[in-house]
Design a protein around this ligand. Sequence first.
Ligand code: BTN
Length: 275
Amino acid sequence: MDSPTDSALALQKEIEALLPGRLPRVEVHAALGSTQDRARELALSGAPEGSLIVALEQTAGRGRQGRSFYSPAGTGVYMSLVLRPRSLERPEEITITAAVATARAVESVTGERARIKWVNDVYLRGKKVSGILTEGGLLPNGSPWAALGVGVNLLPPEGGFPAELRETVGALAEESGARALRGPLIARIAEGYLTLYADANGDELLREYRERDVLRGRMLDIIQGERTRQAVVLGVSEDFGLRVRDAGGEEETLRSGEVHLRPARGETTWQQKLP
Ligand code: BTN
């Protein structure tokens, strides 16, 4: 059997062969704390946009809102892209573009329809199979940088997902042969993201995002600090917020990062309600 380092090298060669000359730099590591930390390091030291960092395992994978992202060896895709956005005013635009690129990539390797839960989760067969994390900041000269992180569960880890994730988290496949999907999936997500982002066709992006939207029509508990209220989801707005209407008929647009959402009491989970 290959050592993890050999596999990292083989995966790096595979990605480079799938995307010849498309990415300025491809790094595949046997293990990292978080590919986001490496992307940040590269972004701060001048690496060009589109530099790709992949790890076969993460020991400190992180998700949104301070959560960790379970990243065991060999069963998932853990990748980050260095970006040089014009501005960081709307980081959710990066996340939403990545969600569409990831959903398309998942569909292309599984042949099944993927869904998106605002703002950053990709679902397959009713379970979360991928999460997206956008982080960024300004260089000393004021130019923005971002690290776009995507994690995809290719297979369930040995012994299954931890008990607290089992109900909600799934994988693209059950058979170990699915490991062969890792290279193509990474290449499609990276290429798909960079192409969608360069085309900047907001209408097409929104249309695709809305078509896969899991939350539209659902009743939610919206948790903002100490306050929880109920509202029905109207859909994703043109500027990538979540349009909701509360019981009093008042409408508002929620921004990602500010709110935590869960199915309202009496509603089934997103998983069970998915078509
Ligand atoms: C979430 O579901 O809240 C987002 C999860 C993002 C996970 C990816 S895996 C690659 C990159 N490195 C990390 O530490 N996180 C992102």
